[in-house]
Design a protein around this ligand. Structure first.
Ligand code: UDP
Ligand code: MN
Length: 244
């Protein structure tokens, strides 16, 4: 039978959060054998996300961990603690008997359904192109005779794995077999999270190229424009309260 796809999504409270999660749920709901691990960057599970997930129609686990304030600065990597909470949950609640694939699904990206078909066959670590990232239309692993031999990227080509968080998946067994593999804060610059993590669990030569030898873009690193709330008033003026 199909292995379960575990998508780990860090998310934080902001004006567009429910819209982003709605877009994700509309995609994930259509993926067979899917388990959504949503990790809120907060000191509790919020009402908004709890209610949302309960009605989403997607099998899920709802976690939370607050990013320490000292790490909430421009130029520092985001969602390190949340991704680690997600893989920590898998290590506690899943065993070598469970067949699964782990994927890091940020809440603002755009995912095709075909992407999940591609990652489903991940034996150790799969890779594929990501659109709209690295200051280019796309980045992709360069493939020769079925092996990854380099990276097409416009940004820091010296990265050992020049790939975005949305560009790879990991077999659950690899996550369980490497209990110390985590996303690191110390010494990790933004954009190096992926390389730092992948270095701990695999080698470039072992990567499994997906999406027609890494020639198809099935996921986009979209980013949502900051909302204009310039006409909000200091005190609520409507006669009712509405969750947005
Ligand atoms: N995120 C978070 N806390 C934050 C900022 C971001 O949990 O303080 C989450 C966000 O919801 C997303 C992921 O971390 O799922 C990556 O953040 P973002 O999309 O802002 O990063 P970028 O796309 O700019 O690299
Ligand atoms: Mn993003």
């Amino acid at each position: 039978s199909l292995p379960t796809i575990y998508a780990i999504t860090p998310t934080y409270s902001r004006a567009v959060q429910k819209a982003e999660l709605t877009r994700l749920a509309n995609t994930f709901r259509q993926v067979p054998r899917f388990h959504w691990i949503v990790v809120e960057d907060s000191n509790m599970r919020t009402e908004l996300v709890s209610r949302f997930l309960a009605r989403s129609g997607v099998p899920y686990t709802h976690l939370h961990v607050l990013t320490p304030r000292r790490y909430k600065r421009a130029g520092l990597p985001r969602a390190t603690e949340q991704r680690n909470a997600g893989i920590g949950w898998l290590r506690q609640h899943r065993s070598p008997r469970d067949f699964g694939i782990v994927f890091f699904a940020d809440d603002d990206n755009t995912y095709s359904l075909e992407l999940f078909e591609e990652m489903r066959s991940t034996r150790k670590v799969s890779v594929w192109p990501v659109g709209l990232v690295g200051g280019r239309r796309y980045e992709r692993p360069l493939v020769d005779k079925g092996r990854v031999v380099g990276w097409y990227t416009g940004w820091r080509a010296d990265r050992p794995f020049a790939i975005d968080m949305a560009g790879f998946s990991v077999n659950l067994q690899v996550i369980l077999a490497n209990p110390k593999a985590v996303f690191k804060r110390r010494g990790s610059q933004p954009g190096m999270q992926e390389s730092d993590f992948l270095k701990q669990i695999t080698k470039v030569e072992e990567l499994e190229p997906k999406a027609r030898s890494c020639t198809k873009v099935l996921v986009w690193h979209t980013r949502t424009e900051k909302v204009n709330l310039g006409n909000e008033t200091k005190h609520h003026q409507d006669t009712i309260q509405i969750e947005v």
